[in-house]
Design a protein around this ligand. Structure first.
Ligand code: SME
Length: 167
C-alpha cells in the first residue's frame, strides 16, 4: 500500500473528503495496534488539511495528558487536566475551536507558528481517553465543516482501534 498525495489533486472538496475518509478507513481497518493507528491518523490529517503545522494526540495517563503520536514540531510532553486548550477541552469534554491562540487564557505554545487550534476529546462509550489536537499557522483555520470531518475521522479510529489497550 503506497500513499499517493497526488490522488487528491483536481478533486473538489467533497470528493477529496470522501477519498480521504475511505483511504483512512482502508489503512486503519488493516491494523489493530493503537500506536500505529494513531500515528497514521495524525499523518492522514496532516496530508489532508491544508495549512496544518501540527496534528496529533495527547493520551490520558495517570491523570495527565501525555504526548502521543503526532506529525509536526517537537511538543510539550505533559499537560495537566484543565490546562491549555487540550487540558480544558478534556476537562469540559467539549470540542474547542480557537481562532486566535493568543486570546485563549493559558494557551500552551508548542510550535511558535501556531495561530489557531482545534481540540477534540477522544471519547468512546462515554469514557475519555485523551484528545486530538490540530494547530494551524493561519488564524481561524478550522471551520464547522472541518470539525464534522474530524468527528468522522475519530469514528473510524474508534471502529478499528481498541483504546482500552492504551493502559
Ligand atoms: N496548544 C496546546 C498544547 C499542545 S501543542 O499545540 C501541540 C494547548 O494549549 O493545550
Amino acid at each position: 500500500m503506497a500513499f499517493n498525495i497526488d490522488s487528491y489533486n483536481n478533486l473538489d472538496f467533497d470528493a477529496k473528503t470522501q477519498v480521504f475518509l475511505k483511504d483512512l478507513e482502508e489503512y486503519l481497518s488493516k491494523e489493530t495496534d493503537i500506536i500505529a493507528n494513531l500515528a497514521n491518523t495524525s499523518a492522514f490529517i496532516s496530508a489532508f488539511f491544508e495549512n496544518v503545522n501540527w496534528s496529533g494526540f495527547y493520551l490520558l495517563k495517570e491523570n495527565q495528558l501525555v504526548l502521543g503520536p503526532f506529525c509536526g514540531m517537537p511538543a510539550t510532553t505533559r499537560i495537566a487536566i484543565g490546562k491549555g486548550v487540550c487540558g480544558t477541552a478534556f476537562e469540559k469534554n467539549e470540542i474547542l475551536v480557537v481562532d486566535n491562540v493568543c486570546e485563549f487564557p493559558g494557551h500552551i505554545a508548542c510550535d511558535v507558528r501556531s495561530k489557531s487550534e482545534v481540540v477534540i476529546p477522544l471519547v468512546k462509550d462515554g469514557k475519555k481517553y485523551g484528545v486530538l489536537d490540530i494547530d494551524s499557522g493561519v488564524y481561524s483555520r478550522f471551520s464547522k465543516e472541518d470539525v464534522e470531518i474530524l468527528k468522522k475521522v475519530l469514528e473510524i479510529l474508534y471502529k478499528y482501534t481498541d483504546l482500552e489497550n492504551l493502559k
